[in-house]
Design a protein around this ligand. Structure first.
Ligand code: HEM
Length: 523
């Protein structure tokens, strides 16, 4: 006879859970969450029976009925685990668990290993391998952000398949060229002028030039712009924008927890959690409420609906079926994810874009006459994007099934893949013998390869921001953000300050990037 509790347990294991078993190479502080749903007991038993759970393995159970990730350490024999979780489970005796395990027949579906171990994984480095892998459905993002699920679980960067596609569609509206921050919009120009004026006002009286760190300047421009794109209202004064920036930066650290040195993780995690509370209450919720009202008012009126603001929060409210029951955690997390995705890169590329083009113009002064020409500027930025990978050096995917690439590389189900975008983008078979050099006139040797290579990734998770960053349609004035930034920097005469600091730092895994870039600008 199978009891009702056993039935419930078994059902959850079969249909509601994802079981993952991974070699345990990390510190044991990972095993922090011992909230055991009934699924846990059954999943443990499955692991014992099917996979030979033993010392040094980590078991993770995601259950549809449980918020977050439940992790259990197997630090000794199976008996020890069962004892540890016994009181947290509906399946309350070891005997009963044993009985039940024998009757469970299905292995739950899902991704196998969940811990990203930077020393492991398959490296793919050629352009064709990286591109093919990113496009292939055999590889996914699900499972690659396990340490940060409480911040980004269910967002674009943590899901695959149809759910991911639908989410991208919901967000597509905000990327239209018609939006204030889009290619035809004027928000960027206005914000740039605002900070240019402020910077000039900071010059010494009587000075003919002003000196400043371009990083700080670009960050201020982008934080203000992205706040508008997300739909945060009360960011008007410099103090407000600075506070938003400080607290958001702490929150975003929660997403990259996996890369924070172990000794700092607890502190960073706590700061990220505090930041969630602060941003949610004080910044996000008032904006959300205001937008919810706008969407309610427009409900059923097509004209009013199409006139709604195009920011992220509004766009995501507008696609909800039931305005009275919105899972606004999903919207809040998508905001977090967007903050992480959308600011660092453009700020650093504001520095590299200028640095690269000024060096080129020294050798090719004749090209100065093209500096108002969108096509030329697009080519310049494409080369900058191709040559500098300024965040983590590789993109990460998990193999969902055994897969082979055309080159003959074999990748097994459950293996991590590191796609070295920077290396792929210097692949001489695609970009020619001088692939390491900056040349805006470069034409890739392979058809359909864009000048910027894989700088925006590829396949279904390709950078969502691409249409607002680089724009090729319409007339010369319709420009992506990266082009507007470069054009306005050049117009205002910014150049590296010979008496200032231009400091490059090596990043993890061999990358390098500027961390300070002092410029001088005429008044
Ligand atoms: C120079 C600027 C930027 C670069 C080089 C860049 C690069 C990338 C890359 C390489 C990915 C793919 C990550 C992966 O496959 O693992 C990505 C994803 C993403 N980017 Fe960007 N990005 C930039 C700016 C932006 C901006 C301004 C936005 C704002 C809309 C944005 C939004 C996103 C989002 C939402 C994703 C996740 C897409 C998904 O998973 O479906 N990015 N970006």
């Amino acid at each position: 006879m199978v009891s009702a509790a056993q039935q419930a347990c078994r059902k959850r294991v079969r249909y509601g859970s994802t079981l993952a078993l991974t070699k345990f190479r990390r510190d044991r502080s990972m095993f922090r969450d011992h909230r055991g749903p009934s699924a846990l007991g059954g999943a443990l038993k499955l692991a014992i029976r099917r996979r030979g759970l033993r010392d040094g393995y980590l078991l993770s159970v995601h259950s549809a009925g449980v918020q977050g990730l439940v992790q259990a350490a197997c630090t000794g024999a199976p008996r020890l685990i069962l004892a540890e979780f016994r009181n947290n489970s509906d399946c309350d005796s070891q005997m009963r668990l044993n009985d039940m395990t024998d009757e469970v027949t299905d292995l739950p579906t899902g991704h196998p290993p969940i811990v990203f171990d930077r020393d492991s994984g398959v490296d793919v480095t050629t352009y064709s391998d990286v591109e093919e892998m990113l496009r292939s459905r055999s590889f996914g993002m699900e499972g690659t952000y396990e340490d940060s699920l409480e911040f980004v679980g269910g967002t674009l960067i943590a899901i695959d398949g149809r759910a991911h596609l639908n989410r991208r569609k919901a967000m597509a509206r905000m990327l239209s060229p018609k939006m204030p921050w889009g290619a035809e919009g004027k928000a960027f120009d206005k914000i740039f002028s605002h900070y240019l004026r402020m910077t000039k006002e900071e010059a010494e009286p009587g000075a003919t030039e002003v000196r400043f760190d371009l990083f700080d300047f670009a960050a201020r421009v982008y934080w203000r712009l992205i706040a508008g794109m997300i739909g945060i209202d009360q960011i008007e004064t410099e103090e407000q924008i600075e506070r938003f920036r400080t607290v958001s930066t702490r929150l975003v650290m929660g997403i990259v927890l996996d890369y924070v040195p172990r000794e700092h993780r607890d502190r960073v995690l706590q700061e990220a959690r505090d930041a969630v509370t602060e941003i949610r209450q004080e910044i996000y919720l008032p904006s959300f409420q205001r937008r919810l009202e706008l969407v309610r008012e427009a409900d059923g009126d097509a004209e009013m609906k199409s006139a709604l603001p195009g920011d992220l929060i509004t766009s995501m409210i507008a696609v909800q079926d039931d305005l009275d029951n919105i899972d606004d955690t999903a919207i809040f997390r998508e905001m977090t994810e967007l903050l992480a995705a959308s600011i660092n890169n453009p700020v650093i590329f504001a520095v590299y874009g200028l640095d690269d083009v000024l060096s080129w113009l020294e050798m090719h002064p004749e090209d100065r006459e093209h500096l108002q020409n969108r096509e030329f500027l697009n080519r310049c930025i494409a080369e900058t994007l191709r040559l500098h990978r300024v965040t983590r050096q590789y993109l990460v995917r998990l193999a969902k099934e055994d897969a082979g690439l055309e080159s003959g590389r074999e990748i097994s189900r459950g293996e991590w893949v590191k796609a070295w975008v920077g290396k792929a983008d210097r692949d001489a078979t695609v970009f020619g013998d001088e692939a390491d050099k900056y040349n805006p006139y470069r034409v890739p040797l392979v058809e359909k390869v864009p000048g910027f290579g894989l700088a925006f990734g590829g396949g279904s998770h390709m950078c969502l921001g691409r249409p607002i960053l680089l724009w090729e349609q319409g007339d010369n004035d319709a420009q992506g953000l990266l082009i507007k930034m470069l054009r306005l920097q050049l117009e205002s005469g910014m150049r590296p300050d010979p008496d200032g600091v231009q400091k490059v730092e090596r990043t993890m895994e061999g990358g390098e990037r500027y961390v300070r870039y002092d410029v001088v600008m005429p008044l």
